[in-house]
Write a protein that binds this ligand. Structure first.
Ligand code: HEC
Ligand code: HEC
Length: 290
């Protein structure tokens, strides 16, 4: 706190303005420069009608359309999209024998292009054996430890993120189709409560930024709806693929809260709820973001 008092104070002012101001014009400290304003992405033209009448959005819009034309073009071109290196790494791991059972993923699931098509679009998904939902990273590690008798991949490891990206890529273009009924309902409700819960020293909820203020600047960042359809995303800032729970950790750190742990029940509930907010959006993995 004492090291950089000036930038921190500036941040707090910008965020407080964001939290209370209903219109972008009322947020002088968060206002874009003239250059940024002229480049403001036209995200409104790209929305889908929400599938659920309970959706908080008039239109559901992918984070893609909140990024610059340059970033959008990079994502659209498979040869220039740097996220594809990880997808290719995932493809190699798919047929690589590993673990005491002497198997690879392909031994049971054959070609991922067939067996995994559409699968990731429905995650997180209820797991009867564990009596809780699992996300794709967890589902991959269930097969690693169970079917392959191999060590699980750690969350955030290049291998787990690459495999997640590879499997998600098999659903590219298919609509997000998470199920929130039946035993998933309490997880959905918990995720919703967490989404609207204010956190950290700046006392902001996920909704403060991504529901009330998408389409506005928060300092240099143009705020999106905080959708998850592109994850893992290639972040230009980090020059690597970033999994969803790491991104959510970052958002919590930005409001000076102690983030939940990756793969915690809290983040599983939030992942479920965030996926519901983006029902129908096409899976974009690997998306490219700032
Ligand atoms: C010994 C056979 C076997 C091997 C090897 C195997 N799996 Fe599985 N996998 C299964 C079975 C069985 C299921 C459960 C199917 C179900 O419950 O619908 C499953 C389910 C899955 C699912 C979820 C599918 C869905 O419809 O939700 C994913 C993703 C998956 N495996 C990925 C992998 C990956 C990645 C590897 C390699 C690291 C792997 N599997 C290796 C047998 C295997
Ligand atoms: C202080 C404002 C703020 C808060 C509060 C906040 N975020 Fe974010 N979030 C951002 C910014 C800035 C970005 C990057 C630009 C963008 O996509 O909005 C971002 C990006 C994201 C993305 C990636 C979107 C994409 O398309 O790549 C997700 C997902 C996300 N946030 C989820 C959350 C969740 C869940 C919470 C609550 C735990 C949260 N955010 C709280 C500011 C915030």
């Amino acid at each position: 706190m004492m090291v950089h008092p000036y930038p921190l104070a500036l941040t707090a002012i910008a965020l407080v303005a964001l939290a209370v101001a209903p219109h972008a014009q009322d947020m002088p400290s968060a206002a874009p420069s003239a250059k940024e304003a002229s480049e403001r992405p036209a995200w409104q033209a790209h929305g889908l009608k929400p599938q659920s009448p309970d959706s908080p959005f008039e239109e559901v819009v992918s984070g893609l359309y909140f990024r610059s034309k340059e970033t959008q073009d990079m994502q659209a071109d498979d040869f220039n999209n740097p996220g594809f290196l990880a997808v290719e790494q995932g493809e190699e791991l798919w047929s690589k024998v590993d673990g005491a059972a002497g198997k690879s993923c392909a031994s049971c699931h054959d070609a991922a292009s067939t067996s995994m098509k559409g699968v990731a679009a429905a995650y997180p998904k209820w797991n009867g054996k564990l009596a809780k939902p699992v996300n794709l990273e967890q589902r991959i590690d269930i097969c690693r430890t169970g079917a392959l008798k191999a060590e699980p991949w750690a969350f955030g490891s290049p291998e787990l993120t690459a495999m997640t990206a590879y499997i998600r890529n098999q659903s590219r273009g298919m609509p997000v189709a998470v199920k929130v009924d039946g035993p998933m309902t309490p997880w959905f409700e918990r995720g919703k409560a967490l989404y609207y819960q204010r956190n950290g020293q700046l006392d902001l909820a996920c909704a403060s930024c991504h529901e009330k203020n998408h389409g506005k600047y928060l300092r240099a960042d143009f705020l999106s709806q905080g959708q998850s359809n592109g994850f893992p995303v290639y972040r230009l800032r980090d020059q690597r693929l970033v999994p969803l729970h790491e991104r959510m950790e970052g958002c919590m750190q930005d409001v000076r809260a102690t983030p939940f742990k990756p793969l915690s029940d809290e983040f599983l509930a939030l992942e479920t709820y965030v996926a519901w907010r983006g029902l129908g959006l096409p899976v974009e993995t690997p998306a490219v973001r700032n």
